[in-house]
Write a protein that binds this ligand. Structure first.
Ligand SMILES: *Cc1c(COP(=O)(O)O)cnc(C)c1O
Ligand SMILES: [Zn+2]
Length: 420
């Protein structure tokens, strides 16, 4: 059970996992190759029902997992016969118990456990919000030390549901004018300190395989691979994970042989992957695809979807996932997202995080334009929701910074002093 090797997608070499984030060849992603070719759904807590295809020996006993259900009201509104919603958030009435309300809580558990199982002492990560919240929660539950770098304006996203933040959580807040990419740069510097593990982002197979459980859950519920998969992206890691899950399910043999088409949506006006993809380019050209990035990001409905350095060009990344599935990219304006949010909430009866509304809007666009026909099996990834619902049930305790810094070039000693 759960045993695997890593394969380098560039040179095809097989690597024994030693918390390996990349191959010595310096090529593209490494990917897990699990011994279990067919998926057995396990009677284990939360997302560990997909234990066979997660890169950990043990498990963490929390209830969070994707809950997939068949939509009636939104499906009818859009004229779809088979719309399935993969809900990632808090909605106890349907058994959805992701307490930090986004699918980042599918990345954090296997990532932290994998680091612990490989003897890591502490992990460093950068985040604009949902990732930080999920990892801080998991650090609180496991006691595994975590250093989180967050742009100051995103501090409000950082809370622990129903309990006090653990002493293992060390939060570094960055002053005004810093965005997510500045946080990534500072986190990268901190992670170079011996003993501190970088969380690795999309390169980390635990993050991708954790997110991949969304597609696994959809396919297990639908008893087949979907035809179409919709998701809002910032880094696109979730899209890559959905593709990788679909490749495994195709290999399993019982879920059909056609890969779902990826429909990935960015929030305008900041949409570097959309621009590169529309021009057929594997490379993002910063001056063309995201001029004045900080200004554009400040205009977004949700900067959770901003990432100036997404894993787009890398072998095994977003571009390859889109090519292999004949994917489509969408740009969604703030107004479109807001109206999609209202529509979804009134029809399905649960509140959405803003990013999820971007995916709903892409689905509306696809239906309006006739891009997908009414008989297609559609899987809509609701990447986050139930925050308003959660607030009724639980106290959300803010995580307080242990230091505030001006920018990514702050001397490392200043930071190490306070986290020791
Ligand atoms: C991170 C996040 C996304 C984007 O996911 P990626 O696939 O990593 O780009 C979408 N929605 C929510 C709620 C998120 O937290
Ligand atoms: Zn290699």
């Amino acid at each position: 059970m759960g045993s695997y090797k890593l394969i380098c997608l560039s040179c095809n070499r097989t690597i024994v996992d030693n918390y390996t984030l990349s191959c010595p060849c310096g090529g593209g992603f490494v990917r897990t190759a699990y011994d279990a070719r067919q998926l057995t759904v396990r009677d284990m807590p939360g997302m560990w029902k997909y234990y066979d295809w997660l890169p950990t020996k043990g498990f963490i006993d929390i209830p969070g997992k994707t809950v997939t259900y068949k939509s009636e009201a939104l499906a009818k509104e859009l004229g779809l016969r088979e719309l399935y919603i993969a809900f990632n958030g808090y909605w106890p009435e349907i058994g959805a118990m992701i307490h930090t309300c986004s699918f980042k809580e599918l990345e954090a558990p296997p990532t932290i456990l994998r680091a612990m199982e490989h003897g890591g002492k502490a992990m460093v990560l950068a985040s604009a919000g949902n990732t930080a919240r999920a990892f801080a929660y998991l650090s609180t539950i496991t006691g595994f030390p975590l250093i989180i770098v967050v742009p100051g304006k995103n501090l409000g996203n950082l809370w622990i549901p129903g309990r006090e933040p653990g002493k293992s959580v060390h939060l570094i807040a960055m002053g005004e004018g810093n965005d997510y990419t500045d946080a990534i740069n500072l986190a990268g510097r901190i992670a170079s300190v011996p003993g501190l593990l970088p969380e690795g982002g999309a390169k980390n197979v635990a993050r991708r395989d954790g997110m991949a459980t969304v597609m696994l859950d959809g396919a297990v519920f639908m008893k087949t691979l979907p035809d179409e998969y919709f998701q809002a992206i910032g880094s696109g890691t979730g899209g890559v994970a959905a593709w990788e899950a679909a490749l495994r399910l195709r290999d399993d043999g019982r879920f059909g042989q056609r890969l779902p088409r990826l429909h990935l949506a960015q929030n305008l006006p900041f949409a570097p992957m959309l621009h590169a993809w529309e021009e057929g380019r594997r490379d993002i050209m910063p001056e063309r695809d995201m001029p004045e990035a900080k200004e554009l990001i400040s205009q977004m409905y949700t900067d959770i979807l901003s990432n100036r350095n997404p894993p787009y060009s890398v072998k095994g990344g977003v571009y390859d996932a889109m090519k292999d599935t004949d994917g489509i990219m969408y740009g969604v304006t703030n107004e479109e997202a807001i109206s999609a949010k209202k529509l979804f909430e009134s029809l399905e009866g649960i509140d959405l995080l803003p990013a999820s509304a971007v995916a709903v809007s892409a689905l509306i666009q696809a239906c309006d334009r006739g891009t997908i026909s009414p008989d297609k099996k559609v899987l809509l990834n609701i990447t986050g929701g139930g925050y308003e619902r959660l607030k009724k049930d639980m106290k959300l305790n803010p995580v307080k910074p242990c230091i505030e810094v001006e920018g990514p070039d702050v001397p490392l000693d200043d930071i190490l002093k306070v986290i020791e």
